[in-house]
Structures are given as C-alpha cells and as structure tokens.
Write a protein that binds this ligand. Sequence first.
Ligand SMILES: Nc1ncnc2c1ncn2[C@@H]1O[C@H](COP(=O)(O)OP(=O)(O)OP(=O)(O)O)[C@@H](O)[C@H]1O
Length: 233
Amino acid sequence: MTEIVSCTGVSRTYGSGLDAVVVLHGVTCAVGEGDKIAVTGSSGSGKTTLLHLLAGLDEPTAGEIHRHDGPTGKDVPRRDGPTGKDAHRHDLPVGIVFQGPSLLSPLDVTENVALPLLIAGFDEGGARKRAHEALRQVGLADLGQRLPEELSGGQAQRVAVARVLAAAPRLIIADEPTGQLDSAHADDVIGLLIGVADELGAGLVIATHDPAIAKRFPLRWEMSDGALGRRTC
Ligand SMILES: Nc1ncnc2c1ncn2[C@@H]1O[C@H](COP(=O)(O)OP(=O)(O)OP(=O)(O)O)[C@@H](O)[C@H]1O
C-alpha cells in the first residue's frame, strides 16, 4: 500500500494548564491510496478532530503526522492542466467535504467547483472546463449557473463532491457529509464519493454516525473517548 498520510502517537489538547482538555490521545494510523475508511464513534469521541488532523486543517499537540509525497494514485488523464506546466503537479493533495453548507454564496455552482483549481494555478478556461466535466459526472450539468441558495441540500452536497472530483486529490476527507440529508440522498452522495475515490485512486476517510453508511466501507475505525479503538475490515 502506498501511504498518503500516517499518524504516530498523535494527540490533540485544547487549552492549557488546569483548563487543558485532551480530546485525542495516542492515535497511530495510516491512510493509503485506495483505502476507504469510515470513522465511527459517539458524539464528542474525536472524529472531527482526527479528520482535521489528517486533512492538515489542524496540527497535533503531540506525536507526528507524516504526509507522503507522490503523484496521484492513478495516472488520471488531464486534458486541461495549467498552461505550460505539468498538470499532475497541480492536483490538490486533499479534498474536503463538510457536513453543512460549504459553497461560497456569491459564486455560482461552476465557479464554486472551479475555485480550488484557480487557486492551484489553473487558467480560468481550464478550470471551468474541468468544473463542467465534474458537474456532468455527478449529474448536475444543467445547474452550473445556479447560486448555492437555489440548490437543495442533496444538490449542494453533490456540488461539493464535484468540487473534490475536479481537484483530483490524493486524499478525500468527508466529515459527516450526509448528516443533513435523508437516507436516499445520503446513499446517493456516499455512492458518488466512493465512485470518485475509485476513479482517482484516492484514499477516502469519512466520519459518520450512520451504521448503514459505515457498512459500505471496507475499513472501519471506531473512536472512543479520543482514542482509536476497534478497527474492522
Ligand atoms: N476548539 C475546541 N476547544 C475545546 N474543545 C473542543 C474544540 N473542538 C472540539 N472540542 C472538543 O473535542 C472533543 C471532540 O470533538 P470532535 O468534534 O472531534 O468530536 P466528534 O466525534 O466529531 O463529535 P460529533 O460526532 O458530535 O461531530 C469534544 O469533546 C469537543 O467538545
């Protein structure tokens, strides 16, 4: 397995002195290309904290997180890379899907999907083309000009998945991506995420409270009081 990110003895403490609260302790784990992992556990057990550390949105207070460099898991063909550069170098390392609304309200759907690519150095034409293709793949080709406020919750999460697909990351982190959806739409979004991870050869880690969703993942990690407990596959 080619590792994307690994944690060794990782802890996260909030506050200091008498107010210090250890919310994650001694976590050792690794995510590799092609891994599909559901992180379960009761509310407050540390799922989001772990996912934020894996995504690089937060830093541990103890232990080490190592991000392993490498090309995308599969040789994803790129037609629209940044002008004059090797497109693969501009694939984003991490794509994130959050539970709640994460689209920027002044931007239309296509602009939201294209934004990470523009930040990564793609020219506007190339970024828009990739955004259109990603939206087509998640079944939203006709909604590119809508504003986020004109979308249903399920459509908004599909756009968030398209944004990940367009960015072609090595690692996809999804924190309760279906927490605000009914079960039919939840199933649909999880299926899309798994399909996107397969297509990219990416690692996929999701946090979920839903046992039916967790069952769809070959690897399951259970968080309990800030520790990574039972792992099943
Ligand atoms: N910024 C913060 N300051 C202090 N404590 C925090 C902070 N963020 C999270 N915590 C605490 O860390 C613990 C773990 O939170 P975390 O959000 O990781 O849990 P979770 O398993 O994702 O919960 P949920 O399923 O409810 O989303 C909780 O007790 C929470 O109150």
